[in-house]
Design a protein around this ligand. Structure first.
Ligand code: KG4
Ligand code: ZN
Length: 361
């Protein structure tokens, strides 16, 4: 089964073609990503209108390239999948509408995908990530711990009560004058810094459960930076390293709680880490030690499949189609893009960030 996948929920315009083989394994035939960071740099973050416009300008060529590089033709593709939310709604609209048009013009099934499900299943493209597993999703928009029981069966164990992990890296980089995208800039600056110079707080240390918080860390970084009249490059490197260490420690500590909560009855349970922040080597090595000391296996897919990409959307579509979980064409065509779309119900204790438009993802 061959699926074309489109992803436009943030600032990357992405399209890919994947094949699900008869044995359930995945072959990624093409994976095109057009990253937009340049256009937003002057504003210090993603500007929804700029992102939506550039998706409109680039989606056709990106889809064309994905099909051409797969060495197949549109006639050999069995279905089209597209992110239908959550995300910046202008961008989601571009990808979903394009997918609807392709589906109608070529009479192919359409599978709208929850972006978070794309991340949740992405490890299964390249790793032997059998269900169930614990997912730590750490990206610019999301920070969640999800127990992935099976296809379409997700239990949310924790989420962030303020910023996402990537957002915290981006804001910290902005504060330190390091530019965007913040995560890689912080990691590069931290390489020459001392992580033990500042003892930044341990967020939610006294709070039960597996939720995350990054706003206290952000404040601590601001205070450290503002305590100096003219911080040197070394000062900036030390703050970046201390922040990165504190963020990694927070992620690892909450993940450890989720491991205990999930308590899978298996000799070697699996932790999958996904999302752009999973590129961070300090975070990855701390999670590696956590898994080693608890008898878990850590699965971290190649970084190009951790950040936003079309392959994970195509793959989620293929898994849904194969699992009999794809909607009818009528239902799929009627589906509107969604800015908010939680993947899993919240744990007891209610929603975080509920509101008129529904709970935050
Ligand atoms: O998954 P992603 O590409 O997009 C979504 O947000 O969905 O993640 C992007 C985020 C950005 O916030 C970026 O700063 C962060 O991932 N990131 C990193 C690193 N590389 C990317 N954060 C920390 N360390 C990195 N090396
Ligand atoms: Zn994402």
């Amino acid at each position: 089964m061959v699926v074309l996948g489109l992803e436009t929920s943030c600032d990357d315009t992405a399209a890919a073609v994947v094949r699900r083989e008869a044995d359930g394994s995945c072959r990624i035939l093409s994976n095109e990503v057009w990253t937009d960071h340049g256009d937003h740099a002057a504003y210090g973050g993603v500007v929804p209108e700029i992102a939506a416009r550039s998706h409109v300008e680039r989606i056709d060529r990106t889809v064309e390239k994905a099909i051409a590089n797969s060495a197949l033709t549109i006639y050999e593709i069995d279905a089209v999948a597209a992110t239908a939310g959550p995300g910046l709604v202008g961008g989601v609209m571009v990808g979903l509408t394009t997918a609807k048009a392709i589906s109608m013009a070529h009479r192919k099934p359409l599978i709208p995908i929850n972006h978070l499900e794309g991340h949740a299943l992405s490890a299964r493209m390249t790793e032997a990530a059998a269900f169930p597993y614990l997912l730590l999703l750490i990206s610019g928009g999301h920070t969640q711990l999800i127990w992935v029981e099976g296809l379409g069966r997700y239990r949310r164990l924790g989420t962030t009560i303020d910023d996402a992990a990537g957002e915290a890296f981006d804001k910290t980089a902005k504060l330190l004058g390091l530019g965007q995208p913040g995560g890689p800039r912080i990691e590069a600056a931290a390489a020459g810094g001392r992580a033990d110079r500042y003892d930044f707080p341990k967020p939610l240390a006294k709070r039960e459960g597996c939720d995350f918080s990054f706003s206290g860390l952000k404040t601590a970084v601001r205070e450290a930076a503002q305590s100096m009249a003219a911080p040197s490059d070394q000062d900036i490197a030390d703050i970046a390293a201390s922040f990165q260490f504190a963020a990694a420690r927070h992620l690892a500590q909450r993940t450890e709680k989720a491991m205990a909560l999930a308590s899978p009855d298996e000799p070697t349970p699996r932790l999958v880490v996904a999302g752009g922040v999973a590129a961070n080597s300090v975070i990855k090595s701390m999670l590696g030690s956590l898994c080693a000391s608890n008898g878990w296996a850590l699965m971290a897919p190649p970084i190009k499949y951790c950040t936003d990409n079309g392959a994970m959307i195509a793959w989620a579509g293929a898994e849904r189609l194969a699992g009999g979980l794809a909607p009818s064409l009528g239902e799929a065509l009627a589906l509107a893009p969604r800015a908010r779309w939680p993947l899993a119900p919240p744990p007891e204790g209610g929603e975080i960030g509920g509101g008129r438009k529904g709970p935050k993802a």
